[in-house]
Design a protein around this ligand. Sequence first.
Ligand SMILES: O=c1ccn([C@@H]2O[C@H](COP(=O)(O)O)[C@@H](O)[C@H]2O)c(=O)[nH]1
Length: 308
Amino acid sequence: MSFDVLQEKIIAKKNPTVAGLDAKPEYVPEHIRKVSYEKYGQTLLGAADAIWEFNKGLIDALYDVVPAVKPQAAYYERLGWAGMALMEKTIRYAHEKGLYVIADIKRGDIGSTAEAYSDAWLGATKVGDVLCEGFNADCVTLNGYMGSDSVNPFLKTCKERDKSVFVLVKTSNPGSGELQNVPAGADDTVYGLMAELIEKWGAGTEGKYGYTMAGAVAGATHPDELKQIRARMPHTFLLVPGYGAQGGTAEDVQYAFQANGHGAIVNSSRGIMCAWQKTGKDGLDYQQAARNAAIAMRDDIARFTTIA
Ligand SMILES: O=c1ccn([C@@H]2O[C@H](COP(=O)(O)O)[C@@H](O)[C@H]2O)c(=O)[nH]1
């Protein structure tokens, strides 16, 4: 079961964190960009080549520290076809290094289109008689606010290919409350109803750690809601973005975990990828800086959360 694999990687590394790979050219140190731009010019291909070198370097520096990486699709899509190839190569390389890959795609659409997204990111596409694999991530993020028919095709693929999903419940951004915190139902909120739906969608697929294949996203920046979500979703693995760059702290994210320290993974993207920008060494030390930042995050979270 996919979340069992993730939980076991977390236990083995004693580290419930995921390193985000938000592929922005500005995050890549100058010495790497220079080589790629000389080869391909200042083009989308040049940017994708520079980010590929950067991603490989980050993965090499982090694979024995973190259990997972989370490439954010928007940054790859922005680079056109070169970005799509970069995404595929990055996922493959992370897998070669034993990392669990969460593709942050936040998709949501009508059933037939959701099926196409699901084939693309978790499954395979039938071409003639042949099933051709696409990105082959272990897990994707989804926007489930279109309802069960937008999520079901992904859950079908999860069952067939042992994958999992994280569905948005309470997002980390400042405006998330505009809709998600609106009162709804009998003494509830929109995000509370979504939490209930996700528990229902996943029911019956629990793995050995007790989590279903339908996980949920709950931001570190809203610790009160995080606490409530943890209590209301006992069978749901949580992805917790918002630590670090968005202001979430180790004290805040402790509420995402169950008493045994299981059931959640905390993301940091800029905090790890851009750590080199704070060392004053022009990015020549970007690998060491990323590694130090990932270790510091692990140790920070361990001050409040112990993994059994
Ligand atoms: O509620 C959400 C859902 C997803 N994200 C994504 O996580 C990372 C956060 O990056 P940082 O640099 O660590 O702030 C980014 O890819 C977001 O798209 C989120 O922030 N909040």
